[in-house]
Write a protein that binds this ligand. Structure first.
Ligand code: PHE
Length: 452
């Protein structure tokens, strides 16, 4: 184990902020609100929170503990604990490599919107055709994608302490303050109260299995679970930092920001589009298409818009940093190459793969894989197939191979493990069963058997 070679986070705050920086991203600010809007508001929120405190808690604890125990990133970590299971590490390592390119494409869109708002294009951005017109071009989206990816690479090149930690320490508190400010603004708009009710009060008649499945998929994505990321972060964590309370704080952070994002966006949908099913079911375009309209009709909306897209950009950057850091550190460990070369390789690979996603909305719009555009395809393969597979095997590995005690021991190095009983039950029984359900449903969905 090459613990000496790895740089460490300097303390608990550094660790929590950096891990929360990975967790909080486009998943919270862009994906969570549109899913919550679509799947019945309050009931989705309730299911999500219940899953976060059981399922999310268990998986995150397991991953961070595995990383800290071995001092290695995903591939090495599983191998060190049991050779036969090193395949989990390989599959896990594949996921951030698939996500990073298309995540950076979306990060590029966000950067472009920020630029548009700063350069006086707020009014134009509020036009219905603006978003579609932008993403279907060739050079523009590619340019913004490469800018976003390049910024990520530069930060990762700085190393864990100098790069990730410094950036996270600066960005995360700003993110919280900006989120609270915009959420308050949004909730105080006349007519917003209906939206607040829809979002906060669970309507049990809207409950269905698909609500649970959608919430669970979102949980993986949002908390950066099941892809080796939290293992890598755990490998940088010092032994005397309290693991359980760190997990609690990361979860609170992640869920808190997602909740605030819903509060910024859902009431606004009610105010400006009347909360109709069509408006609420808008899906992925919700943030890019609806919000500029919202900002435009507010006094001082250009400034709110600048703040908002800056916030989203910060969140997306800290997430893409963690994606890239994971891939870079695995390459360093595996190929025994330096950080610089490793960064360069990941950058070039991501440009190539990201080009497919970017051009998939423009010149290659006709190219489809199992009926999906490139970006949707990469998203599907990573989130709906590989992540449930990794999560399932992680649970089996922890529950039945190394046994939950191996995790408890690691957790107890730095304090009492208060939710040990919960952890054991979830990791051995509840989580594996639920994950198999998600996997089956997402595969059936892909082949058009039923629609989530
Ligand atoms: N968790 C991040 C978010 O919510 C996204 C992400 C996914 C980050 C996968 C790293 C890995 O946006």
């Amino acid at each position: 184990m090459n613990n000496e070679k790895r740089s460490n986070f300097t303390g608990k705050i550094g660790f929590v902020l950096a891990a929360a920086g990975s967790a909080v991203g486009l998943g919270n600010l862009w994906r969570f609100p549109y899913l919550a809007a679509k799947y019945g508001g309050g009931i989705f929120l309730l299911v999500y929170i219940l899953l976060a405190v059981s399922f999310g808690f268990a998986l995150m604890t397991a991953e961070i503990a595995i990383g800290r125990k071995t001092g290695l990133s995903a591939i090495g970590a599983f191998k060190a604990l049991n050779k036969k299971y090193s395949f989990i590490g390989y599959v896990a390592a594949l996921i951030p490599a698939i996500i990073l390119p298309y995540y950076s494409v979306i990060g590029g869109w966000v950067t472009k919107y920020l630029y548009a708002f700063i350069s006086g294009g707020a009014k134009a951005a509020a036009d219905d055709a603006y978003f579609g017109g932008f993403i279907s071009q060739t050079a523009q989206p590619v340019l913004w994608f490469v800018i976003f990816l390049g910024a990520t690479a530069l930060i990762v090149l700085g190393g864990v302490e100098k790069g990730v930690e410094k950036v996270s320490k600066l960005m995360m508190p700003v993110l919280v303050v900006l989120s609270i400010f915009i959420a308050i603004y949004s909730v105080c708009m006349p007519g917003a109260i209906e939206g607040v009710k829809y979002y906060i009060m669970p309507d049990f008649s809207k409950f269905s299995v698909t609500t649970v499945l959608a919430a669970m998929g979102q949980l993986f994505y949002s908390m950066s679970l099941a892809m080796g990321i939290m293992i890598t972060y755990g490998s940088y964590m010092k032994k005397d930092v309290n693991l359980e309370s760190s997990v609690t704080q990361i979860e609170l952070f992640d869920t808190g920001i997602a909740f605030l994002a819903g509060l910024m966006i859902i009431p606004a949908v009610f105010v400006f589009s009347g909360g109709t099913p069509e408006a609420l079911g808008k899906g992925p375009s919700l943030m890019f298409v609806t919000l500029p309209k919202v900002f435009e009709s507010m006094a001082g909306g250009t400034y709110i818009g600048i703040l908002f897209f800056l916030l989203v950009l910060f969140a997306a950057l800290t997430s893409s940093i963690s994606l890239m850091e994971t891939v870079v550190s695995i390459l360093c460990d595996k190929l025994k190459i330096g950080r610089k070369l490793s960064c360069l390789l990941v950058f070039v690979f991501s440009v190539v793969l990201g080009l497919l996603s970017s051009l998939g909305y423009g010149v290659w719009a006709e190219v489809k894989i199992i009926g999906l555009q490139f970006l949707d395809f990469f998203d599907f393969i990573s989130n709906s197939v590989l992540m449930p597979v990794v999560a399932f095997f992680t649970c089996v590995f922890v529950g039945y191979v190394i046994k939950p005690e191996a995790i408890s021991e690691e957790v107890e190095l730095s304090g009492k493990f208060r939710r040990k009983a919960l952890f054991n039950v979830v990791i051995k029984y509840i989580a594996p069963v639920c994950i198999v359900l998600i996997l089956i449903s997402s595969v059936l969905e892909a082949f058009g058997v039923f629609k989530i």
